[in-house]
Design a binder for this molecule. Structure first.
Ligand code: FDA
Length: 393
């Protein structure tokens, strides 16, 4: 089989990290081939942020990322910042706005971000090979050899930017892990993250509230997120829950504060002010009716507040401020916005993303064991890690 002329770098995966890496390397004069099995680049970018792409977060900081090594992401995030990406977006005159909590979205469509990245790749004369499944990857001692379409392409360097297995119907695969195994790189057990949690047993009663949302503080261990929670026909979702899901492990509980703005003693105060009201009605001032009724039923405090002992009201307050759910699982990769875990950071240089034990092999983006919070952090990691590798190729 005839071999194509060698490239400086072959990048597997034309997603967020792969395109950033290709553009940077190409613009530095490297000859880059960018391969994807999908027929168009950046499919996840296109559906991200409800079609408007939450492309970064103004609050980007290393403590908003999960990893077995919490220090690993610092270097890349410090060298390619949210401000750098915003400057790029501005240079393409893409209008954007801050929605909430530092989250930046396109005013128009996510397609603009993909077009911008393709434009940056074009500036670097990056060659795209789309709709091409990769059949084999080898290193022959001199170069990486990649089989696509019955032909072999070769390059001095290989970048794995194939992401994680979240949302397989978008073309996501665990290919990066297969390559990690092939090249002897350790994995941190991958798991669905930013994913709805499912409820069973006693908690399953809450599934009757499907569609009800409320602003809460959801807590897991030391982390807490003040955002909306949403009851679903399978359990719990909404931003607050998705955030804690990344920290949650099977068998663990999460706590939800349904009334984060109520001062201690508020229920006793309500009893003095409105002795004839019921707990359900007192709760319904703050919460959606159906949720108020269900919580009151589960607390088994029927009747007028006047007839309920202060001690029982204090206990109810405590439970409402830390309602314990023990999910029995998650909705899995089919519904997970990202994959936590992945190729161990211990295998990679934090400066360049190059594998320490396999020269010229790089891993970027979600394939690496670095996972951001909800809110543009995962794209910022994709841009920053792609940029770091692109500078090194
Ligand atoms: P990415 O998944 O972008 O790219 C990987 C590429 O590799 C894909 O193009 C895929 O086709 C290709 N590939 C996979 N296997 C292959 C194989 N075997 N051979 C060849 N190619 C292969 N984040 C955020 O910060 N803000 C947001 O608004 C959102 N919104 C959002 C919505 C939804 C529905 C999802 C699923 C995810 C998000 N995310 C997000 C997360 C974000 O999309 C994700 O973290 C990044 O896209 C990761 O970038 P990567 O380049 O690492 O992978």
């Amino acid at each position: 089989m005839p071999a194509s002329p060698p490239y400086d770098a072959i990048i597997l995966g034309a997603g967020a990290a792969g395109m950033m890496c290709a553009a940077v390397a190409g613009q530095r004069g490297r000859r880059v081939l960018l391969i994807d099995h999908a027929d168009r680049p950046g499919k996840k970018i296109l559906i991200s942020g409800g079609g408007r792409c939450n492309f970064t977060n103004l609050g980007t900081a290393p403590d908003r990322f999960l990893s077995a090594n919490p220090h690993f992401a610092k270097s890349a995030l410090g060298r390619y910042t949210a401000a750098d990406f915003i400057a790029l977006v501005d240079s393409y005159r893409i209008a954007w706005h801050e929605k909430t909590l530092g989250q930046l979205f396109c005013d128009g469509a996510a397609r603009q971000i993909v077009e911008m990245l393709v434009g940056e790749c074009d500036k670097g004369a990056v060659e795209f090979a789309l709709g091409r499944p990769v059949t084999a990857v080898e290193h022959d001692g001199m170069a990486f050899r990649v089989g696509i379409d019955g032909r072999i392409v070769t390059a001095a360097a290989l970048v794995v930017a194939t992401g994680g297995p979240s949302i397989p119907k978008m073309g996501a695969t665990g290919f990066a892990y297969q390559l990690a195994k092939q090249f002897g790189l350790k994995l941190i057990e991958p798991r669905p993250a930013l994913v709805p949690l499912t409820l069973a047993g006693d908690d399953a009663l809450f599934r009757e509230l499907s569609g009800v949302a409320a602003p809460v503080v959801a807590r897991h261990g030391k982390v807490a997120f003040r955002e909306a929670a949403l009851f679903t026909h399978r359990g719990l979702s909404g931003p607050a829950i998705l955030q804690v899901s990344s920290y949650w492990r099977h068998g663990e509980a999460i706590d939800v504060n349904f009334l984060p703005d109520q001062p201690s003693g508020w229920l006793r105060a309500a009893k003095r002010a409105q002795p004839r009201t019921t707990l359900a009605r007192a709760l319904a001032i703050q919460l959606p009716d159906r949720l108020a009724t269900t919580l009151a039923e589960r607390l088994a405090l029927a009747g007028e507040l006047a007839n309920l002992a202060d001690r029982r009201l204090e206990e109810a307050e405590r439970r409402l401020a830390a309602w314990r759910f023990t999910p029995n699982g998650t909705e899995g990769y089919a519904k997970a916005e990202v994959t936590a875990g992945g190729i161990s950071t211990a295998e990679l240089s934090s400066q360049t993303m190059q594998a320490k034990r396999v020269p010229n092999l790089y891993v970027v983006g979600e394939a690496v064991d670095v996972t951001g919070w909800l809110g543009g952090y995962n794209f910022q990691w994709a841009w920053a890690s792609g940029w770091a590798a692109g500078q090194s190729l």
